[in-house]
Design a protein around this ligand. Sequence first.
Ligand SMILES: Cc1cc2nc3c(=O)[nH]c(=O)nc-3n(C[C@H](O)[C@H](O)[C@H](O)COP(=O)(O)OP(=O)(O)OC[C@H]3O[C@@H](n4cnc5c(N)ncnc54)[C@H](O)[C@@H]3O)c2cc1C
Length: 494
Amino acid sequence: MAALAGAGLEYMIIHPSTVKDSNKLDKKKPSQTTIQQAFHRLQQVLPPEHVTVDEEILQNHGYSSNSYHNEGSPNIVVFPRNTEEVVELVKIANEFSIPIIPFSGGTSLEGHFAAPLGGISISFREHMDDIIALHLEDMDVVVKPGVGFEDLNKVLREYGLFFPVDPGPGACIGGMVGTSCSGTNAVRYGTMKEWVINLTVVTADGKVIKTRQRPRKSSAGYDLTRLFIGSEGTLGIVTEITLKLAVLPEKEAVAVCNFPTIRDAADVVPELVRAGVQINAVELLDDEMMRAVMMSSPQLGHAIKPTLFFKFSGSQAQIDHEIKVVSEITRQHKGGPFKYAKDESERKELWEARKICLWSASLLKQNASVWTTDVVVPLSRLPDIIDETKKDLKESMIEGAIVGHVGDGNFHAFLLFDETKPEEYEEAKRLNKKLLERAIGMEGSVSGEHGCGIGKKGYLRSELGDTTVDMMATIKYALDPKGIMNPGKVLPDD
Ligand SMILES: Cc1cc2nc3c(=O)[nH]c(=O)nc-3n(C[C@H](O)[C@H](O)[C@H](O)COP(=O)(O)OP(=O)(O)OC[C@H]3O[C@@H](n4cnc5c(N)ncnc54)[C@H](O)[C@@H]3O)c2cc1C
């Protein structure tokens, strides 16, 4: 067995009445002996090769190059095949009071699957990646958590259907439920919360619940489906998900339009939404982001100016109408001519440039690490927050770029810094904090779609207030009294 960290075990038992004092509680890692005992028990309930302490695998399940909250790796990684095996391994973790950290695609950005107290990472991508049932007549699909949304869409395309929620490349449905993600299509299709019909969940004490039957809506009882969506593995382990599906649109069109200033581009958005345009997506890339896109895809020939990317879908008549309305609004805000994708491959290429922004951004600076932040504000405040953030970035000693799903009032700042220079890292931290506080001040949120993980949990009290956060802690305590489910995430440490 590879090196097992830690000593002593008695950690994190949070009762709501003591929530504010819980930092006095002992939050220790499980001892090496405990981990060894659990390891042997796990090998009895799973095929032995589905339980590993291989250092590289542990590292891959705790560390993310997209995150600045890498606070530790798990002690053990397991690869279950079904709900029954998850039940067995959760019972073992519960008996030994060992943390459990679910892991699906590993693309989350706020240290969601880091293991600050060590523990058992449950990895779904390997053996829980099946489509269980496709109900074409009902337009829904039942999947295991390790199914990638891109792979699912490849299968659905054959039937003229698709699943519209589109976060980072490589994300899987389990993790998408975990973070309550969205993506470029959210302005038309909504977020994960709108597309999940029911969940099968293994609770912290190894019970199995199903949150609903399979109708597309229901008002029976509390909405446990939505309680688990966005809970980041802190309340239960999702082992099956039923998703609604959408019909593939007849046609899609992609267009881009640039603007003299970022304020002009941002001003388009609230007007567009108020005009009731059924646009699929509207994405804003600032001049710096366009510079990065042009460095990675020079053949696209874009101007290095603040640019809006639009995606339209429907019949040709609908698309023509929407483009007419949108181009009138953009003209009023000094927008240049619309540039269209000529064919399917150009359309894909144009949109791909948007999806890989995070990776392209690192081209803007040598040895750059990219800290991605995520805020959302009411639509009317979007132009202000983008304008003010851009000013901060211009005045800063480090580089940064802005990109966003602005149709929902949601955008990201990419803060570029050299990890070997502590002053640059401190500056990225300062800019991130300022942005989050500004969003809260505008009645917004510190996370539009990435979730809290480790990085944002400290802002929850100032965004939502003590009473609301204490109620969340009460729910957490009720469902996970030992605090074994993905400890250290979502709720503030205090
Ligand atoms: C290039 C890039 C672009 C991105 N763009 C977007 C975007 O447009 N929109 C967006 O919303 N996000 C985006 N993201 C972030 C990321 O893709 C999403 O957060 C996504 O939902 C994470 O899914 P995952 O499968 O990778 O989850 P993971 O990283 O594996 O896990 C995420 C969280 O869910 C929990 N979890 C995982 N599986 C389960 C389970 N079975 N049961 C319970 N909890 C579970 C984990 O413990 C963790 O807390 C982007 C990321 C990258 C790298």
